[in-house]
Design a protein around this ligand. Structure first.
Ligand SMILES: [Zn+2]
Length: 375
């Protein structure tokens, strides 16, 4: 099979469930993509990531182009083989991280020149170079190269940046060419301005993409403003293509985004917080380093079927974090990724059954109860 397709299977209100089929496998939507920044989801073996139920990973163009370089990964058989992950991979375009991580950035119509945050070496990213890097990596879902201003920003700056991103979207489309089996997603910009979002969506539709991302959110605007934008932004994008909300989020952000018509999301949160002792459960957030867990023989979540909850007590998890043992981040990352995937599975089933509102009510009710009382 060399084709890709998106099939919408059921809707409930604005929430949607379906599947993206690619030659490397099916992505069930709504989908959460764990982040494998540097060709690894930190603290996890790839087979463990798959065991949590993830159908797709996200890789970061910016990090991989600097180290070990896209050319080296290509020579070694591509990113899937390099990192031992045979399911789909989505790569970002590098644009966002150039803006947030690189030194001495210079932005022109052509693209961005910058210095590596690792060794100070000079690089250039353009729409054409970003497409080339993502092709060398072997990414299944390629993202357009775009520019994303930090919010808050004034309307003129947002409009100017969005229009530059739309010109870059056309150049990305031209450079990507015709590649059966691979998908190219456009990225909507326009900040929190409804008319600019509409203009951006119109420009992207005219070019034509395999999927559409809502970009430029989760950059410090807060949940209320983000949901405000999601009241209209997904609806401006084509209904028959996947909609991807980049860089989101906390469990309640994810449920709220799915409710408003989003199909895909990614975030470092479950893996990053797993390494710092923060667990996400159906009852909200738990800091396992807190002394109240030190004598607690119960699992983090008795109903969770992940290895951390099946085989270890809160007291053990607390101990290994306090002792800074490597297994601490491994176990909690596993739990967090498992919880996120279980949340997605729950939403997929609820949408298919026409029960999303009840699912959402239960989700919030259990979180409002909070963590179980101390032992
Ligand atoms: Zn668990």
């Amino acid at each position: 099979m060399t084709k890709t397709s998106f099939t919408l299977q059921a809707t409930d209100g604005l929430a949607r469930t379906g599947r993206i089929d690619t030659p490397r496998g099916t992505i069930r939507t709504p989908a959460f993509m764990p982040v494998g920044t540097a060709a690894t989801v930190k603290a996890m073996m790839p087979e463990s990531v798959a065991a949590t139920g993830a159908d797709i990973l996200l890789g970061n163009t910016y990090h991989l182009m600097l180290r070990p370089t896209a050319e080296r990964i290509d020579r070694l058989g591509g990113l899937h083989r390099f990192m031992n992950w045979d399911k789909p991979i989505l790569t970002d375009s590098g644009g966002f991280q150039v803006m947030s991580l690189a030194d001495l950035r210079k932005l022109t119509e052509k693209g961005v020149t910058f210095k590596s945050h690792i060794d100070g070496s000079k690089h250039e990213l353009t729409p054409e170079r970003s497409m080339d890097i993502q092709r060398l990596l072997g990414s299944d879902i390629v993202m357009c190269f775009d520019e994303c201003p930090a919010l808050p920003a004034d309307r003129d700056r947002i409009a100017e940046s969005m229009r530059l991103s739309m010109r870059w979207a056309q150049r990305s489309r031209d450079a990507f060419g015709d590649r059966p089996g691979y998908m190219l997603f456009g990225i909507q910009q326009g900040g929190l301005e409804e008319d600019l979002r509409a203009e951006s969506a119109e420009a992207l539709r005219a070019i034509g993409f395999d999927g559409y991302a809502v970009g430029g959110l989760a950059v410090g605007e807060g949940q209320e403003a983000m949901f405000g934008c999601l009241e209209y932004a997904p609806g401006q994008l084509p209904e028959d293509k996947p909609r991807y909300l980049m860089g989101v989020g906390k469990p309640d952000d994810i449920v709220g985004a799915v409710k408003r018509g989003i199909d895909m999301m990614d975030c470092v949160l479950p893996s990053r917080s797993g390494r710092t002792g923060q667990a996400w459960t159906r009852r909200g957030q738990v800091n396992i380093k807190n002394a109240r867990h030190q004598d607690d023989p119960r699992p983090l979540d008795e109903d969770c079927t992940c290895p951390a909850c099946r085989n270890y007590s809160r007291a053990y998890l607390h101990h290994v974090f306090r002792a800074q043992e490597m297994i601490s981040g491994m176990l909690l990352t596993w739990h967090n990724l498992h919880y996120y995937q279980e949340l997605m599975q729950g939403m997929r089933e609820a949408i298919a059954a026409g029960q999303f509102a009840a699912f959402e009510a239960d989700f919030h009710a259990l979180r409002a109860e909070g963590d179980i009382a101390s032992f």
